[in-house]
Each structure stands twice: as C-alpha cells, then as structure tokens.
Design a protein around this ligand. Structure first.
Ligand SMILES: *[C@@H]1O[C@H](CO)[C@@H](O)[C@H](O)[C@H]1NC(C)=O
Ligand SMILES: *[C@@H]1O[C@H](CO)[C@@H](O)[C@H](O)[C@H]1NC(C)=O
Ligand SMILES: *[C@@H]1O[C@H](CO)[C@@H](O)[C@H](O)[C@H]1NC(C)=O
Length: 353
C-alpha cells in the first residue's frame, strides 16, 4: 500500500531530473539534438545540457571567457554558435574534446589573440568564423590541427601581420576572407599550402606591395579580390604566376599611377586567357595629378604616346644619320671614281702625245 503511494513520486522525480538536463535560459529539443540558448543574457556557460546535443546556439549572450574543455559534457557537438557575445579570452584547449565539430562561429566578439592551443581537438572542423574581432596578427602555424577546414573568415579584424605559413597545413581550404583588415604588404610564403583555395578576399586593406611569387601556390584560385587597397602599380609576373584554370581579379578603388608601364601591364594581362580583369572599366587614376579622377580606360590609349613619340624621334634620327652616311659614302665613291677616270684619261693623253 505504502509502496503504491511512493511510486508516482519517483516517476515525477525522474521526469524532473530529465527536464533539468536542459539548463535555465536554454530550450532543448532532444529529438532534434538541438539546444537553443541564444539571446539569453548569459554571462557564464549554461549548466547541464542533453549529452547528445549536436547543435548548440549560444549566440547573442554576454559570455566573456571560455575556459579549458568548456564543452566537455556535450562532446558530440557538430555546430557551436558563439557569435555576438563579449568573448575576449579563449583558453587553450577550450574546444578540446569536440572531435565532431564541423562549424564554429565566434564572429563579433573581442578576441584579440589566439593561443597556440586554440585549435586543439578541432580536427574535423570545416568552417571557422572569427569575423569582427580584434585580432592583430596571425602567427606561423597558428591554425594547426585544422587539416580539413574549408572556410575561414577573418574579415573585419585589425590584422596587420601575417607570418610565413600562417595558413600552413590548410591544404583543403577553399575560402579565405581577410576583408577589412590592416594588411600593407603580401610577402612571399604567406599563402603556401593553400592549393585548394578558390576564393581569396583581400579587399579593404592597405595593401600597397605584393611580392611577385605570393600567389604562385594558389593553383585553384577562381576569385582574387584586391579592390579598395593602396595599389598604385603592379607587376605583370605577380598575376602571370597564377597557374590556374581561370581566375577573376578585382582591382577597383585603388590609387593607380596611370603611366605607360601600368598600361603595358594591363594590356599584357588582358592577353592572358586564364585571367579576367572583371572591373577594368572601373579602374581610375590617382596619379599623375593631371589624370586624377580619370578612368584608366579613357586614357589608356594615350599613356604610351609620349614614349611612342620619343621612340619615333630616335628612329627617325637614326634613319637620317644612316641615310646621310650612305649618301656621303656614295658621293665619295663617285668622286673618287671620277678622279680615277680623269687621271686615267690624263695618262692616256700623255701616252698619245
Ligand atoms: C564586455 O567585456 C568588457 C571587458 O572585456 C567589459 O568591460 C564590458 O563591460 C563587457 N560588456 C558587456 C556588455 O558585458
Ligand atoms: C565573413 O563574415 C562577414 C561578417 O559576418 C560576412 O559579411 C562575410 O560574407 C563572410 N565571408 C564569407 C566569404 O562568407
Ligand atoms: C563598376 O562600378 C559601378 C558603380 O560603382 C558598379 O555598379 C559596377 O558593378 C562596377 N562594375 C564592376 C565590373 O565591378
């Protein structure tokens, strides 16, 4: 009799503990393996979540720190959204047991540096978003362990320095977004290993110098966006070294120095079949002052005129000199012949007499 009275209580307690496995501030749909804790004003990571959760949304909260092994109890995660928080520190190994994680979004936080162990245990990751943070530099091998990454978004940080082999081992990466950073130069070796890269977004930096061989490793590149930088001149070989099937290159909103050299580079690039200068008609001149504001396409036919005139003058001068020399020689020959003829005649005459 007493036992029958206790039984429903036990069942209820079990139900309660089951319910409690979804932390306060979260909405768990166990059949879908989802936990939605977005927009919850969370300042700390939530309590227990169903251990089989695969998709965890913690976006738009007020998280500021991710400790080591922060997601130990939900190690089957495939998607982890941490975007739009206030995260400034990520401990080494924070994502350490997440061996199934495919997508990690840390966009719009305050991350200023990535520790050497940031990527520990993220060997399955396909997509990493770190857009709109405060990163200033990418260290050599900073993204190790990310051997299967396809998309890396580092746009709108303050990255001014990218060390050689910063993207080392990312031989599967297809998209790299570095838009809106503070890069000034692209040095050789920066993009080594990125042989699968298809899209490279570099627009909105301060790039004024590009080493000639820097794009050579990018044998799959289909789109190279260099718009909105500080380029005033380029070398033909910089783009010729792209050994791809076909690559579209964007170069508008750069302060081009419109002279004959530039015109020649673009004319030669235009004749390379695999390269497409999609926005050539939008390129405008910043230098020399008399061409400021003109579109390169409007003036390109005239840029080499001065050179052409000089070449013409030199050619004509040389021609005149040569012709004059020939004429002089001819005249000399003739007058010598005449002289000879005259002397011969004279001797004949003396003989006759
Ligand atoms: C975000 O974190 C900074 C310190 O890193 C703190 O000063 C600021 O108040 C935090 N903002 C919010 C909205 O929590
Ligand atoms: C990178 O992130 C920014 C900001 O979230 C977004 O606007 C941009 O489209 C992303 N880049 C790519 C290639 O998806
Ligand atoms: C050229 O610039 C115009 C106006 O800014 C824009 O609408 C157009 O898409 C640009 N063309 C290319 C090929 O980028």
């Amino acid at each position: 009799m007493r036992l029958l009275w206790v039984l429903p209580l036990l069942v209820e307690a079990q139900n309660k503990s089951f319910l409690h496995r979804c932390a306060l501030g979260c909405d768990c749909q166990e059949e879908l393996k989802q936990a939605n804790c977005a927009r919850g004003l969370l300042r700390h990571l939530p309590g227990p979540l169903p251990p089989l959760t695969e998709h965890l949304d913690l976006s738009q909260n007020q998280l500021s720190h991710l400790p080591r092994r922060a997601f130990l109890s939900t190690r089957r995660l495939k998607t982890l959204l941490l975007n739009d928080n206030n995260i400034s520190s990520v401990a080494d190994g924070a994502f350490s047991p997440l061996e199934s994680l495919l997508k990690l979004d840390l966009s719009r936080n305050r991350v200023a540096a990535l520790g050497a162990g940031f990527t520990l245990g993220l060997g399955s990751l396909r997509e990493l978003a770190l857009a709109e943070n405060r990163l200033t530099a990418l260290r050599s091998h900073g993204f190790q362990h990310l051997d299967g990454l396809l998309r890396l978004n580092l746009s709108h940080n303050a990255i001014g320095q990218v060390q050689v082999r910063a993207f080392g081992c990312m031989s599967t990466l297809r998209q790299l977004d570095l838009e809106g950073n503070r890069l000034r130069a692209l040095g050789s070796g920066v993009f080594t290993m990125l042989k699968s890269l298809e899209v490279l977004r570099l627009q909105g930096n301060n790039i004024s110098h590009i080493d000639i061989g820097v794009f050579t490793p990018l044998t799959s590149l289909a789109l190279l966006n260099l718009a909105c930088n500080q380029l005033s001149k380029i070398h033909f070989k910089t783009f010729l070294s792209l050994h791809t099937y076909s690559t579209h290159i964007l170069l508008e909103d750069n302060p081009w120095h419109c002279d004959c050299d530039l015109q020649r580079v673009f004319r030669k690039l235009g004749s390379v079949r695999r390269l497409f200068l999609d926005d050539y008609s939008n390129l405008s001149c910043a230098e020399p002052p008399e061409l400021r504001g003109y579109q390169l396409m409007e003036v390109d036919a005239e840029l080499c005129i001065a050179e052409t005139v000089t070449v013409l003058i030199i050619t004509v001068t040389v021609l005149i000199t040569v012709v004059a020399a020939i004429l002089m020689a001819e005249r000399k020959r003739k007058s010598r012949k005449k002289e000879k003829h005259w002397t011969d005649g004279a001797s004949q005459m003396s003989y006759d007499s």
